[in-house]
Design a protein around this ligand. Structure first.
Ligand code: AMP
Length: 279
């Protein structure tokens, strides 16, 4: 497995021949969700590259950049065991050298939900993902449904900028109690961890109501709200029932609607989502 922080080395390995490469961008501290993306990349490409880079530009000054969990040695072991060919581990100097002054900005679909709560986040994401896709030039790049809005933003950007990689979305991997796996779960104390599955539970309750015929978005948002607010610990950032393409909030819920939420447990912000399929 090649491990490098050098862009030329990545390009040389990638273009040794014209084989298909799958690419999984990550911020490290890997869990089974990341490894599911790697497994899918492995299954559908001759070679797999993974990046590990905690991108400072997608964190706001008051967010958790300095405390974001890191364990490079363990990550590399997991990736070696998964049969990854190349790991790109750039420094900030490699990604943002002196004189750097370019940014990729996706407009409409970055404005609401995560974008409303974290106004500088997506510009950081789209800029770094563009750079990574340009560096690796993968045949396919893999993203998790856990970050639902990110998948929509990245798809939009790749289409708008004619980036020559296919975007593949992988379902959310969960703990046994339904909590979506996340590097940030590590921040939760015992009491918060015990309550955190309520995100998933509230989405499943909403799905049940939808399957039983409820279509009023106000009713569905209120149902989710009541379940989260039943305990004083979680603090609601947003609860959304939106069109899956435009992310505009819905009045009447239709097939394929994106139910999503962001909830604070202390300083830790957890997100989850569900796409409702009318059976
Ligand atoms: P991160 O390291 O958190 O930036 O995540 C890297 C990639 O893994 C992103 O495409 C995430 O959406 C994806 N990912 C994170 N958590 C999960 C999960 N629980 N299941 C599936 N994919 C995930």
């Amino acid at each position: 497995m090649i491990i490098t922080d050098n862009i030329q080395e990545v390009r040389a390995a990638r273009w040794r021949d014209a084989a298909d490469w799958g690419f999984v961008p990550t911020m490290g501290y890997l869990h089974a969700g990341h490894l599911a993306l790697v497994a899918e990349a492995k299954a559908n490409n001759e070679h797999v590259a993974v990046s590990i880079y905690v991108n400072p530009t997608q964190f706001a000054p008051d967010e958790d950049l300095s405390t974001y969990p890191r364990d490079m040695e363990r990550d590399l072991e997991l990736l070696r065991a998964a049969g990854v060919d190349l790991v790109f581990t750039p420094s900030d100097e490699v990604m943002y050298p002196a004189g750097f002054q370019t940014s990729v900005l996706v407009k409409g679909v970055t404005q609401m939900l995560e974008g409303a709560s974290r106004p500088t986040h997506f510009e950081g994401v789209t800029t770094v993902v563009t750079k990574l896709l340009n560096i690796v030039q993968p045949t396919r790049a893999y993203f998790g449904q856990k970050d639902a809005q990110q998948t929509i933003v990245v798809r939009r950007m790749v289409q708008d900028l004619n980036i020559n990689s296919e975007i593949v979305i992988i379902p959310t991997m969960r703990e046994a109690d339904g909590l979506a796996m996340s590097s940030r779960n590590k921040y939760l104390d015992e009491q918060q961890r015990a309550l955190a599955p309520v995100l998933r539970q509230s989405l499943l309750a909403a799905e049940k109501a939808l399957n039983a015929g409820e279509r009023d978005a106000i009713v569905i948002r209120a149902l989710i709200y009541r379940m989260i607010a039943a305990d004083p610990l979680p603090e609601i950032d947003y609860i959304s029932v939106a069109d899956p393409t435009t992310l505009a909030e819905l009045d009447e819920i239709e097939d394929g609607a994106l139910l999503s939420l962001a909830i604070f447990f202390g300083k830790t912000r957890l997100i989850d989502n569900l796409i409702w399929k009318n059976a």
